[in-house]
Design a protein around this ligand. Structure first.
Ligand code: NA7
Length: 501
């Protein structure tokens, strides 16, 4: 029995949309994109807290084949990213393939029919020849189990569930968390509230954000002479690449550069915060790059304001009218804002239950063995499956470099499969092991293993202490590999797949 779809894509963010565009290019046009949210855009649909913006310049944080000349700032605000996602969906005919408010429960490989069966909450099942999961990395909001949180009498809001009509004016608020989200939100919240206490467990490295409005004549230039925007993209991407490759991945060889980045952040802090003790408390005790650094010109300054307080004692419990810290003090609040981020390693790899050949459960297999995926995209025993958000898949700093590298991998893989007249592929065990050995070896040079990351509490690390998220090479080499990986790293056709097992 033929499957209903050529392919089933899970997730309508930029990753799933890129996969859809590539499927069309490959002639696999009968696909569906399933999305649990009510609209497309992934993180840029879910997040709309005050101050939301990209922290990778927009010329780079966008598809290279679909530049947007009309970004209003170097670092576009969240709303523009959402509009851009809508534009891309319209332009590439993606919206008609999307099914919203559709929660995927799981997927199972059907060996007999050589296809995937995907079950949806409510009981419906769909079948597809190929399964692509694009469920994001930071997409499962995390609320820490603070004792007493259920008894809190005021307003609780997680940054991923912001209510646009929620007015902070005059409130006595707490923001828990000091990750990238808090760094954007805190200055905006401080403008409105009567009192703001920021609960920090681990300080974050913050470097200046070289942001400015892009004037209309420059936007027109980008629109009329696309090569100019392309050049801007090349320059910006090269700078990010240098930061990542030299400062983070080759920490051992280029320690001074890493230290220079930390020094820049310290100078930024020194220039912005008057009180020495506050500065000390805002200074990270781990190496730059252990955790994703952030960019802001406004965050630190806020702590000079008399109505903004930095709390570094750990949270013991939450009561009806406040937060009690380990030193026994209560901070009275009426509004509790959770900027507590996402659960990455416990629930996101994979985000849905996926059962492959011989009944292998991907989540269990990753946890029983090591987290791994060949080229960050395919896994042995999981035929016709592309896991776009895999361990070691994130390459570079802009997610779009990862997405486009994976689109290239798809083109080469499917191209070869079609050339052979086959419909099934599976990565070989040997290729997967070779890739895992390579990344493990290379990561030895990175700040994650060579530096001091002990106190970072970084989501780059999993529960086994492995930094298994970022791919340890330049995006240039990731893209090169995507168009040149050995074709016999895969088995093709049902018989070939079985034989290589
Ligand atoms: P992050 O970067 O995961 O930050 C979450 C923050 O919440 C971080 O400061 C955590 O402190 C804090 N947190 C989490 N649990 C607790 C508890 N139990 N007590 C106190 N504080 C806690 O998420 P963001 O949303 O800020 O940013 C996500 C990404 O979005 C970002 O990296 C960019 O790529 C864009 P911790 O550091 O763990 O001590």
């Amino acid at each position: 029995m033929a499957p209903q779809f050529d392919a089933i894509v899970v997730g309508a963010g930029f990753g799933g949309m890129g996969a859809g565009i590539e499927l069309d290019r490959l002639g696999l046009s009968n696909y569906v994109i399933l999305e649990r949210e009510a609209d497309l855009g992934g993180t840029w649909h879910v997040n709309h807290y005050p101050g939301l913006a990209v922290d990778i310049a927009s010329v780079t944080y966008s598809y290279s084949f679909e530049p947007n000349p009309y970004w209003t700032r170097l670092f576009a605000p969240g709303k523009e990213l959402k509009r851009y996602a809508e534009h891309v969906a319209g332009r590439y005919g993606l919206r008609r393939r999307m099914r919203f408010s559709t929660v995927v429960d799981g997927a199972r490989w059907d060996e007999e029919r050589q296809q995937w069966t995907v079950s949806i909450e409510g009981g419906e099942t769909l079948t597809g020849r190929y399964l692509l999961t694009a469920t994001g990395f930071l997409s499962q909001p995390y609320t820490p189990p603070f004792p007493g949180i259920d008894t809190f009498g005021g307003k609780i809001i997680h940054t991923t569930a912001w209510e646009d009509d929620f007015d902070l004016t005059g409130r006595k608020a707490a923001i828990i968390g000091t990750g990238a989200t808090a760094v954007q939100l805190v200055p905006e919240a401080a403008k409105k509230v009567a009192e703001l206490t920021v609960f920090q467990r681990t300080p974050i490295w913050v470097v200046p954000k070289v942001d400015t409005a892009i004037p209309a004549p420059v936007q027109r230039l980008f629109a009329e002479v696309p090569a100019t925007q392309k050049a801007a993209r090349v320059v910006n991407t090269a700078m990010l690449e240098a930061l990542m490759v030299v400062g983070v991945l080759h920490y051992k060889q280029a320690k001074p550069l890493n230290k220079a980045a930390a020094l820049l952040a310290k100078a930024h802090l020194f220039a912005q915060v008057r009180d020495k003790r506050t500065r000390e408390r805002l200074t990270p005790k781990y190496d730059f790059g252990c955790k994703r650094p952030t960019f802001s010109n406004h965050y630190f300054k806020v702590f000079n304001q008399p109505h903004v307080h930095l709390e570094t004692n750990s949270i013991e419990r939450i009561e009806v009218d406040g937060i009690v810290t380990a030193d026994g003090r209560k901070t009275e609040i009426d509004t509790l804002i959770l900027a507590t981020g996402f659960d990455l390693w416990d629930v996101n790899f994979p985000a849905i239950e996926i059962i492959g050949r011989d009944g292998v459960n991907l989540g269990k297999w990753w946890r029983d063995n090591r987290f791994q995926a060949y080229e960050g995209i395919t896994v042995p025993k999981f035929p016709n499956f592309l896991s776009l958000n895999s361990p070691y898949s994130y390459s570079g700093l802009s997610y779009f470099t990862t997405i486009e590298g994976q689109m290239k991998h798809m083109a080469r893989l499917f191209g070869e499969m079609f050339r052979r007249g086959e419909h099934t592929f599976e990565v070989t065990q040997q290729a997967n092991e070779r890739f895992l050995d390579q990344v493990t070896d290379k990561l030895g040079d990175s700040v994650f293993y060579g530096g001091d990351c002990a106190g970072a509490r970084s989501y780059y690390f999993n529960q086994h202490g492995e930094a298994a998220l970022l791919r340890p090479n330049s995006t240039v080499s990731t893209h090169k590999q995507a168009v040149s990986f050995p074709l016999d790293d895969y088995s093709f056709g049902a018989a070939g797949v079985k034989a290589s097992a």
